[in-house]
Ligand binder design. Sequence first.
Ligand code: C5P
Length: 308
Amino acid sequence: MPRTRSVTVRAPAKVNLQLSVGGLREDGFHELANVYLAVSGYDEITATPADRLSLTVSGAGAERVPTDESNLAARAAMLLAKHSGAEPNVRIHITKHLPVAGGMAGGSADAAGALVACEALWNLGVTRAELASLSAELGSDVPFSVLGGAALGLGRGEQLTPLDCGATYHWVFAIAGFGLSTPAVYAAQDRHRQEAELPFTAADMPVPQPSAQLLDALAAGDPQALAASLSNDLESVATAMQPDLAKTLAAGRASGALAGMLCGTGATTGFLAADAGAAEHIAEQLMASGTCSSTLVAHGPVPGPVLL
Ligand code: C5P
């Protein structure tokens, strides 16, 4: 029996510990070696029975989130309804805390949260693993957003293998006053490779591989070793597109972070801290530096979407 009352889910953000970008494929995506970590910043997604599908958004950056059927959470509800023969008669409300166009998979978190909330509302008995595989057609990061934890993502990021984490890692995220478009950052990386007369298509480039050093550090629970092995191939092109990011990275590194890096395709930057106390200090220093609009102190790994 479907439920008659609302279901609310909180869905976490992610940071990429490794984002290695291989060649451009014929389908327009890049081959990736992606190491994902889910972190404790959340959007909330509420699903309420209704006569038809509708979606509203409140919270930080809500005015920049579409509320029509292009919204990933609305698409997620339609996909799950189609998959299970249900009608997508649901009102979805998203409370945004995660940055919009921030490289922390906020849109993917909303899609994952909508899948989990609608699955519970309609009482479908679809497993988390089935939701994850179904969700790949919504976006490359959505399967990870459904599962959470830590995982290696190959292919375009959607082929997941869960990873061991030997510790909880503490982070500060510096949220920029601007966003960066994911396709624009990937396209800039391709242009950069072409201009440097480097190979850039999947046919001409090896498939990127996960860093053994990074996976060992992650499993060992050693923040110093993890800091030394973080990498994001898109950081230099994103910084060229938005030079202010270099100032944020410098401010975070100067305030005692073990490492600083671009999150995904940006525009958020992430700083690994030695412990929770250091993270609070780095967040204060980053705000005082005036190089970001807000900060988020978080830890990971955390599970995927959870019913509240
Ligand atoms: O999968 P998703 O819809 O999130 O991807 C958004 C855009 O990011 C794609 O249209 C593509 O331009 C770029 N992308 C990519 N390679 C990937 C993932 C995303 O080029 N592996």
